[in-house]
Design a protein around this ligand. Sequence first.
Ligand code: PGA
Length: 249
Amino acid sequence: MRNKLIAGNWKMNGSKPEIRSLIGGILARLDPARSAEVMVLPPFPYIPLVQSLIDHTPVLLGAQDLSPHASGAYTGDVSGPMLADWGCGHVLVGHSERRALHAENSEQVAEKFVAAQSAGLQPILCVGETLEERDAGRTTEVVGEQISAVIDAAGINAFARAIVAYEPVWAIGTGQTATPEQAQEIHAEIRAQLTKEDATIGGRVRILYGGSVKPDNAAELFACEDIDGGLIGGASLQAESFMSIYQAA
Ligand code: PGA
């Protein structure tokens, strides 16, 4: 049985007062009787603040990106060991905004995946096709290659300590969610690809869906067999909507 995970990707949003109130609202709505887990992914400067606010609570802490290097002359970058030092247990790698706006390719994403695990962090590997790729019937191929690049670099066993997030680019921030059928189809393909390499790992890995998840579409997405939770952008910035999605899990 795979535990559901609801992860809030705040992207480049927030201020100290907003974050204090958001975390307060999340903690007030946490239900110890539920098995679903909650994670927040703040921008780098707010990680220490969030870490102190969620200390001794079940809320998990992650970051949105990391350097492929552990330390050195990389001005402006933040390394895995630094994130671990501040209490992060997880980190996104290969979010489509990094792939598109920072020209990260699948080989670089794979390097970051390996760097995260070397620092003791669980990578959340984001994959997904653009609208153009979907319209050209290339979704399976594109997502398959994004996963293969990481299997090639890190090995299948690395997926025992990783999470995958399927985020169709055309659904991110657009209000256009994939239908449960569309999402489930790709989640099943991702799981099959990993299961082909190792049945135990493929069966256990959590695959989150991301892309315009909202309180009113979360339940039907999370009811799908291979959807193990959500990576939530816009709707994670308000405690009420984020925790309604948690309740739907
Ligand atoms: P969205 O973002 O929920 O605002 O579509 C999801 C994401 O980019 O992780």
